[in-house]
Design a binder for this molecule. Structure first.
Ligand code: PEP
Ligand code: MG
Length: 758
């Protein structure tokens, strides 16, 4: 039976059409279980009923017609109880409902089991038999196991099915779920990219005209390189960000020494330019796709994209270019950073990528450009959705295709609210974050990884509270040199001279991988990460610290922050290395008499719960604390922040997280250590108010939230924030906290700032 089960589940999940998958599976179940009838009902949550979707045994005419209310009949009972129901004689059961259309009069035995995905009943599988008997335990176990296994496939297949149903039924709108890649909401027609030219469709051909093919290839490479130069220039106008380094990889690959050389060699062997290109790109893609490392696997799509671009330029003369609408949501199988760059100035309102995750360069770039993005949305037929109206919610990672009027109105309202708020909050740009009764909190910028280093655009910040140094390390093919790092850090320190810049030492591991330094672990968030790596590799740590100190030599606004600290010895060891770098560099730099290398303050991130209980000892050793609430939430609640399955359990408003944050604030005040928070909580209105009330000195956030949070703080009395905090700390459940905070924000006329689910 196990083999049958595996086979049935595999075939089901491999079928791209839900209808045919259901039709096949009912027959397979009926055959394997040697019974007389198997049917599947799926839930329509809008209409609160089950629809008969597939059957082998009941009347075929009733398919798609027969419905049962959520609490109606035996099907409703199975769903309500969320457990199997095994009855020898169904018609004698008090919940039995006679539905003549399905023609089930001859059946007596009934076994129903719910199909549940993420606590939601998606449908019910029922087995019926003429002989009045109870189904055996083995039969029951088989059907329960099968239902659990096909639930995920049904949930994702429904996404595709929704699209079809929605076209003809404006009442029913369900969302298609992906991964939130970049926050914000957008509504526009879909511009679906179906590249006319794809390398995979090139058939391999030989030629005698090697010289001509070499020339064609060189020309195409030149045009492709020019395309990248143009894109980089256009992008640089929008962001001054090291996300642009993404294109360095493309440019490096185009160099003669790399991909270019290999293609030329293939042409020299007699292949046409297109064939040679395909052979070389395929080779790279296979290599990259075979790697275990997520980051490197993502690079396979960059290489495919590069190949398609060169191919485009090889064929450009006989290609028709797709007209780009005035405003649009870009939907493509694999939205790459290059695609985002190409369309960002052309009315691009949002991004939906069927592949990729929030670690993809496209998502990183979307965040830098403040364009909402939903990544990893599986199974959308691109050709079907092209030009359909669509809403994307980059906060929740949802996509609505062909939304009905009610949903459009709801989102129009949200977008209008967002736009109005953005305009309104601009009034406070440059003003301090000070409550009407005189309490101030410093607002700083998170830069580096997600929101980019937008010094030219961000006014009203008191400096950089978190500079994530990972990106310069991620976009290279080896660790960046001391000189490279120095130049980069100097730019940042210089741009904020006179204000503090808190640079965090390398925090890779967990979900942030370096292409040239793969770390394969079963539990990466509990593994070799952050300071654990850099202490094990003092050569990397010392190099980075030296670069920071050197960059700071004539500016003097640097602070160094250590990530993932979980014990005192790590702090001692890191400080020892920082001192070593400091004294060595001081000696090397030969300062004029009376001058010396500025000594930066050193702080730690509080993100591992163990350090909350050693703040007194840590206070003797460091100059400041900064709470990383993203990780602190993950470690306190034991919920992987990147795992969609437990995403509903990850919440920084969990009472224990709030209590921990409050305790950290009290302890920091007691030990007189300046305290900041640089996780996402700081950029939420309710979060910022709570942190202000707890006594945090600084909050740090991405540039898009600075004005919004400053506005909120300038409109709430400190004493009100204190009262809200006292009450918020009394709840025992996360939802109660959230409801209470939403209610208070409404009362303060700040309701517009609250996004669904916070
Ligand atoms: C955090 O953990 O809250 C934090 C700011 O660091 P990161 O998100 O980079 O892990
Ligand atoms: Mg962290």
């Amino acid at each position: 039976m196990l083999t049958s089960l595996r086979k049935i589940v595999l075939e089901f999940s491999q079928d791209s059409a839900l209808d045919s998958a259901l039709t096949r599976i009912v027959t397979q179940i009926k055959t394997v279980m040697r019974t007389d009838c198997c049917s599947i009902y799926l839930a329509d949550h809008q209409k609160q009923h089950f629809i008969l979707m597939a059957t082998d045994g009941l009347a075929q005419e009733s398919l798609g017609q027969t419905t049962l209310g959520f609490s109606e009949g035996l099907i409703g009972l199975v769903a309500q109880r969320e457990e199997p129901l095994n009855i020898a004689n169904a018609r004698q059961h008090p919940h039995f409902v006679h539905a003549p259309a399905v023609k089930e009069d001859k059946f007596n035995a009934f076994l129903g089991t719910p199909i549940i995905h993420q606590r939601k009943v998606l449908g019910v599988i029922s087995i019926q038999q003429e002989q009045a008997r109870y189904f055996t335990e083995t039969e029951e176990a088989f059907i329960v196991t099968l239902a659990a296994q096909i639930a995920t496939a049904i949930a994702s297949a429904e996404a595709t099915d929704i699209l079809t149903k929605q076209q003809g039924n404006s009442q029913w709108v369900s969302s298609i779920k992906g991964v939130a890649g970049s926050s914000g909401v957008a509504m526009a027609p879909i511009f679906s990219m179906q590249p006319n030219i794809e390398l995979r469709s090139v058939s391999l051909k030989q030629t005698h005209d090697v010289v001509h093919e070499q020339q064609r290839f060189l020309k195409a490479v030149k045009s492709t390189r020019a395309d990248f130069e143009r894109m980089t220039k256009e992008l640089a106008r929008s962001i001054a960000d090291n996300s642009l380094d993404i294109f360095d990889m493309y440019k490096q690959l185009l160099d003669n020494a790399n991909l270019g050389k290999e293609v030329s060699e293939k042409i020299a062997q007699g292949w046409t330019a297109e064939s040679a290109l395909r052979l070389v790109i395929d080779g790279y893609v296979v290599q990259f796709e075979g790697l275990d490392d997520d980051y490197l696997r993502e690079r396979a799509s960059d290489i495919k994209d590069l190949g398609n671009r060169i191919l485009y330029n090889l064929k450009v003369l006989n290609t028709t270019v797709q007209a780009v609408p005035e405003s649009f949501i870009l939907v493509a199988e694999d939205v790459t950073a290059a695609l985002v760059a190409e369309y960002q100035h052309l009315g691009l309102k949002g991004i939906v990528s069927l592949q990729g995750s929030n670690n993809s360069h496209a998502a990183i770039l979307a965040r830098a450009l403040a364009i909402p993005a939903v990544m990893g949305v599986n199974r959308i037929p691109l050709e079907k959705v092209d030009q359909s109206m669509c809403i994307i919610d980059g906060y929740t990672g949802e996509l609505f295709v062909a939304p009905n009027d009610a949903l459009i109105r709801e989102y129009e309202h949200l977008i209008a609210e967002e736009t109005a708020l953005t305009a309104k909050v601009k009034e406070v740009e440059g003003l301090p974050a000070e409550t009407p009764d005189g309490k101030t909190i410093a607002v700083l910028l998170n830069a580096g990884l997600s929101s980019g280093f937008e010094h030219t655009k961000t006014t009203g910040v008191d400096g950089i509270g978190l500079y994530r140094t990972e990106i310069p390390f991620m976009n290279k093919s080896c660790f960046p040199s001391e000189v490279e790092q120095t130049v980069l850090y100097q730019q940042v320190l210089q741009a904020f001279s006179g204000q503090v810049v808190t640079m965090r030492t390398l925090d890779v591991g967990g979900d942030k991988a370096l292409p040239y330094f793969p770390i394969i672990e079963d539990n990466p968030f509990l593994g070799w990460r952050g300071i654990r790596i850099t202490l094990d590799h003092p050569e990397i740590f010392l190099l980075q610290v030296r670069a920071m100190l050197r960059a700071n030599a004539n500016i003097g606004n640097l602070e160094i922050m250590l990530p993932m600290i979980s014990s005192i010895v790590e702090v001692d060891e890191a400080i020892r290395l920082i001192n070593q770098a400091y004294y060595e560099l001081s000696a090397e730099l030969e300062f004029e008499q009376g001058k010396s290398l500025p000594k930066p303050k050193i702080g730690i991130m509080i993100e591992v719960p163990s350090v909350i209980f050693q703040l007194g000892e840590l206070a003797q050793k460091v100059d400041f604390f900064s709470v990383g609430s993203n990780d602190l939430t993950q470690y306190l609640l034991a919920v992987d922040r990147n795992n969609a399955r437990v995403a509903n359990l990850y919440n920084s408003y969990h009472p224990s997280v709030l209590k921990a944050l409050n305790m950290i604030a009290q302890e920091s005040q007691r030990f007189m250590v300046p305290l900041s928070l640089c996780g996402e909580l700081a950029s939420e209105p309710a979060g910022a108010l709570l942190l202000l009330a707890m006594g945090y000195d600084k909050i740090s956030m991405n540039s898009h939230n600075v004005a919004r949070i400053t506005w909120v703080i300038r409109h709430v009395e400190y004493k009100t924030a204190k009262a809200i905090l006292s009450k918020a700390l009394t709840f025992s459940d996360t939802q109660q906290v959230i409801d209470y905070l939403n209610e208070q924000l409404e009362l303060l006329n700040l309701g517009g700032f609250v996004r669904a689910g916070m």
